[in-house]
Design a protein around this ligand. Structure first.
Ligand SMILES: Cc1cc2nc3c(=O)[nH]c(=O)nc-3n(C[C@H](O)[C@H](O)[C@H](O)COP(=O)(O)O)c2cc1C
Length: 356
C-alpha cells in the first residue's frame, strides 16, 4: 500500500487515504459517508443539534454499510444570549420587506428556545453506548469530564478550529487531531464564539501557522477542491484534508437540484459569508438577502433561534432572492462523480503530485 508523506492521520484512524468527507448537516446521507469509508477515506455524518436517538440511528446505518471507520459530527454550542423583545421587534421589521416581496406573509414569531449548550448528559450516554470510531465537534468542545469519558471509551476526537488560538484549545482539550478551517470553506464557520462575517483566516495562511502551533496532526479544510489542493495541504504541513463542497456534487449526497446547478456553474466569486440566516457565520450562495443584510451583521438571533425567523426564506426558492445554499469557494473545481470514484481520483492525483 502507498504511504502518504505524513502517515499520522491514516494511522490514527486506520485509513488508506487521509481524506475526510466533511460532515454536512442536511447534505450527507449514510450512503455517501459509507461509500467514502469503503473507498479508504473517512465518511462523516453531520448530526448538528439532532437528538441522541440520531446518534444511535446514524451509527446503526453506518455499521450496516461499512466495516471501516466513520465519523459522527456534532455542534457544540456556547450559551446563547437571550434576545430582548425590542431586538426581536427590530429583527422582524428588518426581515418584513423580503417576506412581503416573496409573498410569505408575516415574519414568524420565534417558536423555540435556544438549543442546549455544550454536550448534554443524554448525548454523552448515547455516544458512550454507540462508540463511533471518530467523533468530531464544530463550534466548540465538550467540557473536560465528558472529553475524559469519551477518550477512555477509545473514541478518537477531532474539532474544527478557525484560528491558531482555537487550535491550541483543541489540542489542550485532548483531541487527537485538529481541523484547521480556512475562510474559503463552505458551510458554517467553526469559530468557537460567534464572530462577524468579516472575520476569517484563509487556508493558505491558517494551516502552516496551526501546524507550527500544535503537535497533534492538522487536517486542512476550506477551498480544497481537487488533487492539487490536497497536495498543497501536505506541502503546508497538514496530515490530511477535510473536504465538504467537493462531495456535494456526488450522486449519493442529498444536495438539492438547485444547489447542484449553482455549484456546477460556480467560479469562486458567487458565495459570501453571512450570519443572516442562522445567526452564525456561514459561507453560502451570495443571495440578494445575504447581501442586503451585511450592514446588520452580528445583530441576529443566536444559532437555532434565528432559523425560526428565516426557515421560510431559506426554503423559498423564488429566483434565489433569499435561498440559503451552503457551499464553498472551490465549488467550481468539483465534478459529479460517485463518491468512491472521487476518493480514488483525488488520492491518486495527490499522490502523483506529491511524487509518491
Ligand atoms: C453544505 C455544508 C454543510 C456543512 N455542515 C457542517 C456540519 O454539519 N458540521 C461541520 O463540522 N462542518 C460542516 N461544514 C463545514 C465542513 O466541515 C468543512 O469545514 C468545509 O466543507 C471545508 O470547506 P470546503 O467546503 O471548501 O471543502 C459544512 C460545509 C458545507 C459545504
Amino acid at each position: 500500500m502507498v504511504r502518504w508523506p505524513d502517515p499520522r492521520l491514516t494511522d490514527l484512524f486506520g485509513l488508506a487515504h487521509p481524506i475526510i468527507q466533511a460532515p454536512m448537516g442536511g447534505s450527507v446521507t449514510p450512503e455517501l459517508a459509507a461509500a467514502v469509508s469503503n473507498a479508504g477515506g473517512l465518511g462523516s455524518l453531520g448530526l448538528t443539534i439532532d437528538p441522541p436517538a440520531e446518534v444511535r440511528e446514524g451509527c446503526r446505518a453506518m455499521r450496516a454499510a461499512t466495516n471501516a471507520a466513520f465519523n459522527i459530527n456534532l455542534f457544540i454550542l456556547p450559551q446563547a444570549a437571550a434576545q430582548s423583545a425590542e431586538a426581536r421587534a427590530t429583527l422582524r421589521a428588518r426581515l418584513a420587506p423580503v417576506y412581503a416581496e416573496l409573498g410569505l406573509g408575516e415574519v414568524p414569531q420565534p417558536q423555540h428556545g435556544a438549543p442546549a449548550q455544550g454536550l448534554s448528559d443524554e448525548m454523552l450516554e448515547a455516544l458512550l453506548a454507540q462508540r463511533p470510531p471518530v467523533l468530531s465537534f464544530h463550534f466548540g468542545l465538550p467540557g473536560p469530564a465528558a472529553m475524559a469519558r469519551l477518550k477512555a471509551a477509545g473514541i478518537k476526537m477531532i474539532c474544527t478550529a478557525s484560528t491558531v488560538a482555537e487550535a491550541r484549545l483543541v489540542e489542550a482539550a485532548g483531541c487527537d487531531a485538529v481541523i484547521a478551517q480556512g475562510w474559503e470553506a463552505g458551510g458554517h464557520r467553526g469559530a468557537h464564539a460567534p464572530n462577524g462575517p468579516m472575520d476569517g483566516v484563509g487556508t493558505m495562511a491558517l494551516v502552516p501557522q496551526v501546524v507550527d502551533a500544535v503537535r497533534i496532526p492538522v487536517i486542512a479544510a476550506g477551498g480544497i477542491g481537487d488533487a492539487r489542493g490536497i497536495a498543497a495541504a501536505f506541502m503546508l504541513g497538514a496530515a490530511g484534508v477535510q473536504m465538504g463542497t467537493a462531495f456535494l456534487h456526488c450522486p449519493e449526497a442529498s444536495t438539492d437540484m438547485r444547489r447542484r446547478q449553482l455549484i456546477a456553474l460556480a467560479d469562486g466569486g458567487d458565495t459570501v459569508v453571512t450570519d443572516a440566516y442562522s445567526g452564525r457565520s456561514a459561507r453560502a450562495y451570495r443571495s440578494r438577502f445575504a447581501r442586503d443584510m451585511v450592514p446588520f451583521a452580528g445583530q441576529f438571533a443566536g444559532y437555532g433561534q434565528m432559523y425560526d425567523f428565516t426557515d421560510r426564506l431559506c426554503d423559498a426558492g423564488a429566483e434565489d432572492v433569499a435561498s440559503f445554499h451552503l457551499y464553498g469557494q472551490a465549488a467550481g473545481l468539483g465534478r459529479a462523480l460517485p463518491a468512491a470514484e472521487l476518493v480514488a481520483e483525488l488520492s491518486e492525483g495527490a499522490l502523483r503530485l506529491l511524487g509518491r
